[in-house]
Design a protein around this ligand. Structure first.
Ligand SMILES: NC(=O)C1=CN([C@@H]2O[C@H](COP(=O)(O)OP(=O)(O)OC[C@H]3O[C@@H](n4cnc5c(N)ncnc54)[C@H](OP(=O)(O)O)[C@@H]3O)[C@@H](O)[C@H]2O)C=CC1
Ligand SMILES: O=C(CO)[C@H](O)[C@H](O)COP(=O)(O)O
Length: 467
């Protein structure tokens, strides 16, 4: 009997996925193009059924037919070159799964290219970081459903389990799985930036010491904000630097990195007329963070406000910040799920929004208590236009929107920068505006470019001689 699955690429994620598979009873063949990582994994694996191979042919030939190979390599050209190295050794019916953060359009192209050879291809979004990959990630498989069914017993077994259900569901054809993972990361960018802005208010405006802010996040994590990102933020704020004994977060350079998925989310949304301003602002906040060399001199040149009301009741304002953060998160998830809905319509993917919310409840980076509520909103009304108009969120936002206004106003009057909280409020207010100033823009366009406009009272397309 050969190995039941092969894992190729044994970095942070691949080695953990391989160990996860072995711990669930799979016989796992492993291969990495440089042997050191293979040796490290073998040392780590103890008695688990992990079998190392040092050449692609031997790795492939060790697998039971139809062969199932899980790639966990750097996204981009590396995926193409790894596929090229595999194809000569594979047969029709063998299955390659790509678990990296590949661009969903690349995944669709690879699916098409492999289709002509008879080799099956699945793009599997994986979320959960190193720990999730080891103990149970959230998995978003896309490709042919009948091909997914062949690997479902393995994928559902290694995925996180919530209330007895695996955090893995068939997403849709071709690149749909990687698309869902991409937007998941866009939401992740927004969630992280919103948390950072809430932290800024607590620290810079309310002058709360770091350890107490950690306590506040821990308390928030026991209520409706309960989520992985809130939980790790409390841990991060408590961490001391080994070198200086001071809070480590204060020693970390304020330039945020990124690997592309938030940028792709924004580009896809812009290309298709999907309003994801909170996600995009969160991406731009990362870009602006990189202008450190300009921000430092600008901080001594550019004036801020003079009014500063520092006489705020701490308990009252901590609650305002909690509500503001919740509002921001609702708006950000509403934007991400709108992107799913609109793109699903564009490609006829029929994305299972209710199930996507369910598989995000465990394993993944944006796992959060309120995904249960999001799932229920789609269960109650499959085609609901926007999460904001789901009855639960209508009531919640009615209660919390004032807090978002207060926090933004106080922060802005103190010169604090809140790009994503502000984008959340603008989105909320724009979405609930029945008659907007877009009519003025239409008039301007018709004035300078004869672009024509529609009227509110008569059907048709009109042009006016404005002078
Ligand atoms: N880290 C995370 O939290 C998450 C990462 N991902 C995605 O998973 C994928 C892997 O990420 P991660 O494990 O963190 O990254 P690592 O950098 O730890 O691992 C990358 C892997 O790709 C291999 N590789 C790189 N270049 C080549 C090449 N030219 N040919 C063959 N193999 C190559 C590396 O081998 P070697 O080291 O020998 O060069 C290594 O095994 C990425 O797409 C990432 O975006 C998805 C979810 C979460
Ligand atoms: O996919 C992930 C989490 O879900 C990876 O950690 C990814 O690297 C996060 O994106 P970025 O590096 O752009 O912050």
């Amino acid at each position: 009997m050969g190995n039941t699955i092969g894992v190729m690429g044994l970095g942070v994620m691949g080695s953990s996925i391989a160990l996860n598979m072995a711990s669930k009873g799979e016989k796992v063949a492993v291969y990495n193009y440089t042997p050191d990582l293979t040796d490290q994994l073998v040392q780590k694996s103890g008695h688990e059924e992990i079998y190392p191979y040092y050449d692609v042919q031997g790795f492939v030939q060790s697998l039971q037919s139809p062969r199932k190979i899980f790639l966990m390599v750097t996204a981009g050209k590396v995926v193409d070159s790894v596929i090229q190295s595999l194809v000569p050794h594979l047969e029709p019916g063998d299955i390659i799964m790509d678990g990296g953060n590949s661009n969903y359009e690349d995944t669709a192209r690879r699916y098409d290219e492999l289709k002509v050879t008879g080799i099956d291809y699945l793009g599997v979004g994986v979320s959960g970081g190193e720990e999730g990959a080891l103990k149970g990630p959230s998995l978003m498989p896309g490709g042919d459903e009948e091909v997914y069914e062949k690997v479902a017993p393995i994928l559902t077994k290694i995925a996180a389990q919530v209330e007895g259900q695996p955090c893995c569901v068939y997403i849709g054809p071709k690149g749909a799985g990687h698309f869902v993972k991409m937007v998941h990361n866009g939401i992740e960018y927004a969630d992280m930036q919103l948390i950072a802005e809430a932290y800024t208010f607590l620290r810079e405006k309310l002058h709360i010491p770091l350890t107490e802010i950690a306590d506040i996040f821990e308390t928030w994590n026991q209520g409706e904000l309960k989520s992985y990102l809130i939980e790790i933020t409390a841990d991060i704020l408590r961490k001391q630097d080994d070198k200086t004994g001071l809070p480590l977060v204060d020693r970390i350079l304020d330039k945020t990195g990124q690997n592309g998925t938030g940028k792709w989310t924004s580009i896809q949304a812009i290309d298709n007329g999907i309003p994801v301003s909170i996600i995009t602002e969160s991406l731009f906040a990362r870009y602006l963070s990189h202008k450190k060399e300009e921000r430092v001199p600008a901080s001594t040149l550019l004036a801020g406000p003079e009014i500063q009301n520092d006489d705020l009741d701490q308990d009252v304002w901590v609650e305002y910040v909690r509500q503001a953060l919740y509002m921001g998160k609702v708006c950000a998830y509403a934007q991400g799920f709108t992107q799913y809905k609109m793109t699903s319509g564009l490609y006829d993917w029929n994305l299972p929004l209710k199930d996507i919310a369910l598989i995000f409840r465990g394993g993944c980076i944006i796992r959060a208590e309120f995904l249960n509520t999001i799932s229920k909103a789609y269960e109650a009304q499959r085609g609901i236009a926007n999460l904001l108009v789901a009855p639960y969120f209508v009531e919640k936002t009615k209660e919390y929107q004032v807090s978002l206004r207060k926090v933004i106003t106080e922060g802005v009057m103190s010169g604090l920068s809140f790009p994503s909280l502000s984008a959340s409020l603008s989105y909320y207010d724009s979405y609930r505006t029945a008659n907007s100033s877009a009519n003025l823009l239409q008039a301007q366009r018709d004035y300078f470019g004869a672009h024509r406009y529609e009227r509110t009272d008569v059907e048709g397309s009109f042009h006016t001689n404005w002078k």
